[in-house]
Write a protein that binds this ligand. Structure first.
Ligand code: FAD
Length: 441
C-alpha cells in the first residue's frame, strides 16, 4: 500500500498504463500498449539501459516465437547471433529426436540468446515507441489506490526523490519477488522445488547432437546442454537439494563426473570453460492471480515455474501480449477495466495453470508417472508421438491438448506393438497385463 503523500512526492504525470519492470514482460507490454495508441510509463530500477537478468539459461520455447515476431524482434535477435533452438531428449527408453513430417514441413523453433543481448534489445524496442516514457533508475516503492482500485505507482529515483505516476492500469512486471505484489498484498502461492541447479558456460563445446541441445531425464536428476549465440553452450545439472552439501565438498569434480557418465555425453574438456560453476538453490514455483484490484501481473510476477523447463522467458513475452489483447480496447475507450482484467486473468489461467501444476508436481522430485513413462517410451520409437510430446514441451499445446485418448491410444499401440514384436506376436489384441506393463514402462 502507498505511503501517505508527502511534500517530497511530486505528481509527475498521468498515463494510461504504468509498468514496473523493464525486462522481457514489461518491455513487451509497453511496446504493444504503445502501438495501440496508449501512453505508457515504464519504470526500471536498474539505471543502465544495457542491464540484463544475470540468472537465466537463455532457452526461449517456441510458444513465444509468434509474439517475438509480432514485436518485430526476430531480425535483431538473428542479427545478434540468436540460435534457433531444438532439443534431443534422452530417458531410459532411449533418445527422442523430433523429425519434420515431410521435407517441406518446418519444425517449430524458439531462440537461445544471452540475456545480456536480449534484454537491451527488448528495452530498445520499447523506448523507441514515442508513447513510452522509460524511466531508468526508478524503483516502485508505493501504490496509490482509489475506491479499492490501484490508480498509480510511487517511485523513488536514485537521487532519493519520490514521485507519483497516475495511471488507469498498473502492471507488475517486476519479476518473481514482485515488490508491487508485496505492496498490493497479493501473496504468491509457493510450491516447493526439491531440486537445486548448478550450471556453467563453455565456449566452442562440440555436442554429439550438433547444433541441437540435449536434455537427459536421469530420474530424479535432469541434465542439459543448450547451445547459444557466440559459440557459448550452457551446461546444467539439476539434482536433489538433499545432495547439495555432498556436492559442495568437490563441486567441480562431481559436475565433470556427472557429465562424463551421460549417454552421448558432451566432452566438456574439449570446450573452454568461460564461467564459474553457478548454483541456484531457491527455485520454488510461484504463482499469483494475474489480475487483482486494478493491477495486472505479467511474466514472473504472475507465474515463475521451475527453470528446468525453460518456460519463463516465453511466458513473459506471451502473458504481456495477452494482457494487451485483453485490456487495450477498454483503456483506449475509457471503459470499465474490471471485465477486461478478468478476461486476462482467465486467459492466463487457461493457458498456463495446467503447465505450471505439472511442472510443480515434477519439481517435488517424484518418480515419473505411468503416463509420463508411456509417452517417453513411445516418443523414442514413434515420430508422431515424438512430435506431440515436443509440442507439449515447447508449450505449444497444453496438458489437455496433449493427453487425449488419441495420443494415449497411439502411445499404447506403439509400446505394446513393440513388445509383441519382441516376444513373438501372439494376438493382435493387447491383454490387460500388456496394457498395464506398457503404462508401467
Ligand atoms: C536459474 C534460472 C534459469 C532460467 N533459465 C531460463 C531459460 O532457459 N528459459 C526461460 O524461458 N526462462 C528461464 N528462467 C526464467 C526467466 O529468467 C524468467 O522467467 C524471466 O526473466 C521473466 O521475465 P520478467 O520480465 O517477468 O522478469 P525479470 O526478467 O525478472 O525482470 C524483472 C524486472 O523488474 C525490475 N524490477 C524489480 N523490482 C522493481 C521495482 N521495485 N521497481 C522497478 N523495477 C523493478 C528488475 O530490475 C527487472 O528488470 C530461468 C530462471 C532461473 C532462476
Amino acid at each position: 500500500m502507498s505511503t501517505p503523500s508527502s511534500e517530497a512526492v511530486a505528481n509527475v504525470g498521468s498515463f494510461d498504463v504504468a509498468i514496473v519492470g523493464a525486462s522481457l514482460a514489461g518491455c513487451t507490454a509497453a511496446t504493444l500498449f504503445a502501438r495501440r495508441g496508449l501512453r505508457v510509463a515504464l519504470l526500471e530500477r536498474q539505471a543502465d539501459p544495457e542491464a540484463s537478468k544475470r540468472i537465466c539459461t537463455h532457452f526461449i520455447q517456441p510458444s513465444a516465437t509468434p509474439t517475438i515476431e509480432r514485436l518485430g524482434l526476430t531480425p535483431a535477435i538473428e542479427a545478434a547471433g540468436g540460435v534457433r533452438n531444438a532439443l534431443d531428449v534422452w530417458s531410459r527408453f532411449g533418445w527422442i529426436r523430433v523429425a519434420p513430417e515431410s521435407a517441406d514441413h518446418a519444425l517449430p523453433y524458439g531462440y537461445s540468446i544471452q540475456r545480456a543481448k536480449l534484454d537491451p534489445l527488448a528495452r530498445g524496442l520499447a523506448s523507441a515507441e514515442s508513447n513510452v516514457e522509460l524511466v531508468l533508475g526508478a524503483s516502485a516503492c508505493g501504490l496509490r489506490f482509489a475506491d479499492g482500485e490501484c490508480r498509480g505507482v510511487e517511485m523513488e529515483t536514485r537521487d532519493g526523490r519520490r514521485r507519483v505516476i497516475a495511471a488507469r492500469l498498473v502492471v507488475a512486471a517486476d519479476g518473481r519477488r514482485s515488490k508491487v505484489a508485496e505492496l498490493a498484498r497479493v501473496p504468491a502461492r509457493v510450491r516447493p522445488n526439491a531440486r537445486a541447479m548448478y550450471y556453467a558456460y563453455y565456449r566452442d563445446l562440440p555436442l554429439p547432437s550438433g547444433t541441437r541441445g540435449q536434455l537427459w531425464f536421469l530420474e530424479p536428476d535432469v541434465a542439459y546442454a543448450y547451445p547459444n549465440d557466440d559459440g557459448l553452450t550452457l551446461v546444467a545439472w539439476a539434482f536433489g537439494q538433499d545432495r547439495v552439501a555432498a556436492f559442495k565438498r568437490d563441486p567441480e569434480a562431481t559436475f565433470a563426473r556427472r557429465f562424463a557418465d551421460l549417454p552421448l555425453a558432451p566432452n566438456l574438456p574439449a570446450g573452454t570453460r568461460v564461467s564459474p560453476l553457478l548454483g541456484q538453490l531457491d527455485l520454488a514455483n510461484l504463482s499469483r492471480p494475474a489480475a487483482a484490484r486494478g493491477l495486472a501481473f505479467v511474466g514472473d510476477a504472475a507465474m515463475a515455474s521451475d527453470p528446468l523447463w525453460a518456460v519463463g522467458c516465453g511466458w513473459a513475452f506471451q502473458s504481456a501480449e495477452w494482457l494487451v489483447e485483453s485490456t487495450a480496447d477498454a483503456l483506449a475507450t475509457g471503459r470499465d477495466l474490471t471485465p477486461a482484467l478478468a478476461r486476462y486473468r482467465r486467459r492466463h489461467r487457461a493457458e498456463l495453470a495446467g503447465h505450471h501444476l505439472m511442472i510443480a508436481s515434477y519439481a517435488t522430485g517424484r518418480a515419473l508417472l505411468p503416463h509420463e513413462r508411456l509417452f517417453l517410451s513411445a516418443a523414442a520409437r514413434d515420430p508422431v508421438t515424438a512430435r506431440r510430446l515436443a509440442a507439449f514441451g515447447e508449450r505449444l499445446i497444453g496438458p489437455t491438448g496433449f493427453v487425449t485418448p488419441r495420443t494415449v491410444g497411439r502411445a499404447l499401440g506403439v509400446v505394446i506393438g513393440e513388445r509383441l514384436r519382441k516376444f513373438g506376436a501372439r494376438s493382435p489384441v493387447a491383454s490387460h497385463t500388456e496394457v498395464r506393463e506398457a503404462l508401467e514402462g
